[in-house]
Design a protein around this ligand. Sequence first.
Ligand SMILES: [Ca+2]
Length: 79
Amino acid sequence: MDSGAFRLVVGDDSVPLDGNGDGVIDEGDPLATIGQATFDGRAAASLQLEINHSSSTGYAALFGITAIGGDVIRFRVEV
Ligand SMILES: [Ca+2]
């Protein structure tokens, strides 16, 4: 069954987004923070995920979401 989940494919799974292993990605995890993000002219508290890949670091924001299940998004190695 399609759960509607999506994949974020970056880096490797040695640094999981659910860093504290409690099953939820939220501000309690080292690579996640909550910040104000804007989208389509609106602002909302949003989960911001630090993405380290090769020699660069970027961020992905989940607009309007402050916590999400650790099984929904994860790093995954694709070779
Ligand atoms: Ca967690």
